[in-house]
Structure formats: structure tokens, C-alpha cells
Design a protein around this ligand. Sequence first.
Ligand SMILES: Cc1cc2nc3c(=O)[nH]c(=O)nc-3n(C[C@H](O)[C@H](O)[C@H](O)COP(=O)(O)O)c2cc1C
Length: 445
Amino acid sequence: MSGQRRIHLNYFHHPSGCHEAGWRHAATDPRHGLDIAHLTRVARLCEAACLDSMFLGYGYTSSNVAASDMSLLLDPLVALAAVAGATRHIGLVGTMSTTFNQPYDLAARLSTLDHVSGGRAGWNIVTSQTDAEARNFGLDQAPEHDARYLRADEFVAVCKKLWDSWEPDAQVIDKATGVYADPAKVRPIDHVGEHYKVQGPSMFPRSPQRHPLLAQAGSSEAGRAFAARHADAMFTIAPSLEAGQGIYAEMKRLVAANGRDPDAFVLMPGLAWVLGGTEEEARRRADELIEGFVVPPGSLGMLSVFLQLDLEKHPVDGPVPELPSLEGFRGGQHRMRVLYDHVERQEQRPTIRELAGWFANQMRGHGLFVGTAEQLADRMQTWFETRACDGFLMLPPTVPRDLEDFCRDVVPILQARGLFRTEYEADTLRGLYGAPVEERALAPV
Ligand SMILES: Cc1cc2nc3c(=O)[nH]c(=O)nc-3n(C[C@H](O)[C@H](O)[C@H](O)COP(=O)(O)O)c2cc1C
């Protein structure tokens, strides 16, 4: 064990799992998609294993619905509020876009989740990345990539000001005098910036964490800079140990360069697995999953979304067309880089079907570990101890099966090695991640 440093685990929930074809697997019941009882059961499973948090993605489009249930996403803040009532410790991280929301409203909703959950709220800050979403908000295409991050910067700054607009002792609650709150301690923020004009103050007293835990998952240059300024936790794609070590070193340096404590910044690459009692069994189970991925007509949605290309226009068994240039690309740039690297590594240009299969089976670029629980624990330990990560974004291909396997078989090994908690040591999500609100974060941007 390496001092007090411990692995952090954040589970990424999709009702049938994180594999596009998870819903077709015999072990899943895709009718559970919008069922809050299913979400709650899964949350309790994670909590029994002492995971730091669960995480819900969100996006304003159903472009992939032809062949997968992965875009059936409950509003995370509503769904997580329900989970809060059924759990006590686990952190609740919801994705919300800075491009298609307003800071006053979203700050209030996040504050609500933090109050309702007793200090367990987290916000995965996304800038949204598809034209399909933009077309639902009166635009023809997504705003330009780096401009979205600039807007996000101001958005988050406004939220922080709102969350701080009530002094800690603003609530007087004096029945005798009739003073509920001291107006001198509930102050307007009077924010006037390039994108937002917000008077404030917030409708709420400070929530238990003051600011929800701030997470971020974009790893382009602009994304890394944004994360270094604002994020307490960062989810990323690291297809190899070396890639993980590279982004780890860079992010810690950038966080420190922003005057923040790099040890309070948690980097979590995605991790997907299929386990078996033996390697052969694991391989067989993985093959079952992989065989579930087929390309029915009209179903190249997921890959098309990430490439921002209409792949249906091309023959599925023909070579992958030229990929869009990264320069000025409005979608997720880091994931695009991962796709580029994969295509370039192949001796022959892959067909669309091959690339779609690889993308799905590697959990959209994250990779898929196949082996025994002991081998997975070894791999996690190596990544953690050689500073490729501080923890993992857990991507079980099917749910609940692969998540149950992990909680039952891998967590005890990590605990026995002193790498993971055996009980919850803090009441708030920030407490679990060792990420207090920094004074620096309070300064306006
Ligand atoms: C693991 C992971 C989960 C993500 N979840 C979402 C999501 O739920 N909704 C969304 O709009 N973007 C999501 N994204 C996209 C990013 O947060 C980011 O906005 C996008 O990838 C652009 O990043 P870039 O900085 O690499 O260009 C996710 C990215 C990753 C790596």
C-alpha cells in the first residue's frame, strides 16, 4: 500500500451496461431502462461495495436509438435525487451541459441535489458536442469547440458565485423577532460577463458541500485547461498505461500551475472488463458479448455521432472514409484522436464495420480487460502505483452482471491489499474524494 493514497472508483451507469450491445445480452433486461427501481438497486450494489460515486451521462439527442438503448437517459438530477433517498453514502454525479442550460437555473438544481442528498452531489460539466443536440436548441450546429469551453468557464464562475451568495450564518431563523435570514448576508452577485448577466443571490442557503464536486470529461487541449482550472475529478480515455501516465503527469502539472493542489485532483481513466474464473472462461464470456454487436441497417449511429459523419452514406464493408480534420472539429476531440490513432495503427485501412465493432467492443475507445479478478486487481494496482491514475471510471459492459462480478470479486482483493476503503470514511462526496472547496475556487474568473 502506498501511504494514505487510495483508489477512487466512480461507476458510469447505463441501464443495460456500457457496451452498445449490452441490451442484447442474455444477462440484461433492457426493459429496465427508465425504471428507477433498477437504478436504485444498482446504486445500493455500488454502495455495499463502498464505491465513491455513481455517474449518469446526459445528452439532448436520440441519434443512436436505432440499435442501442444507450441514449435513453433519465434527467440525471431528477434520477439521482430519487437515488439519494434510497442510499446514504454513495456520491451522485450528474452530467449537465453548459451550452444548453443557464447558470442560475442549473446552480439551483445542483444545489437542490446537494441539499437533498446531504452533500453527495457532483456535476460532470460538459459543453455538449453534437450538431444534433444544437438543432434542438435553435441552432444549426454546435457552437465552435473552444468557444464552448470559454462559455463554460464563465458559466461555472457564475455558479460558484451563486453557491457562495449566502454567508454561512445568513440563516437567523428567529421566531421571536421574525427574522428568518439576515439580508446583509444574502448578497446579489451582480455578474455581468460576456455570456451571462445574473443578479443573484441564490434562492438557497449554502448546501452541505458549498459547491458540488466538479467533474469534467473532455481531454482536448481546451478541455484539459478547463479541467485544470475548475475540476476536482476528471474522467478520461487512456487506451494504454503510457497514455494514462502521460495525461496524469500533464494534468497534475496544469492543476499546480493554476495554484491548486494536485493531490486534491483525481484523474480517472475509463476501465471496462469481462471476468471469468479462468482466462479461458473470461475470453468465452467476452466473445459472447462481442458477438452481440452487429450492424443492422441504419444503425451506425454511435460511431457516426462521434465522428460527426453520416456513415450510412458509405458501404459498411468498404474502407472507413477520411476522418474529419481535428483542427476546428466541433465534436469530442480527444476521442477523435483515439480513433485516429487506432486507424493509423492498422496495416490496412479498416472497414466501417470493423471500426464500428472495435469502437463498440472497446467501450468507445477505453479498451476492454478480459481476465480473472486477480489479474484485473493487478492491473489496477499497477496503473495506480505507477501514477497513470488516481482511480477509475468503471464501465461494466453489462449491468448488473459485470458490475456484480467486480463488486464481489475485485473489490475484496483491492481492500485486502489496502488499496481501497472498507467503509465510508466521510459524509460528503468531496470528503470521499479528498477534494475540499479551495479558497482559490472562490475567486471570480
Ligand atoms: C467518459 C466520458 C463520458 C462523457 N459523458 C458525456 C455525457 O454524458 N454527455 C455529454 O454531452 N458529453 C459527454 N462526454 C463528452 C465530454 O465531456 C466532452 O464535452 C467532449 O468529449 C469534448 O471533449 P474534448 O475536450 O475532448 O473535445 C463524455 C466524455 C467521456 C470521456
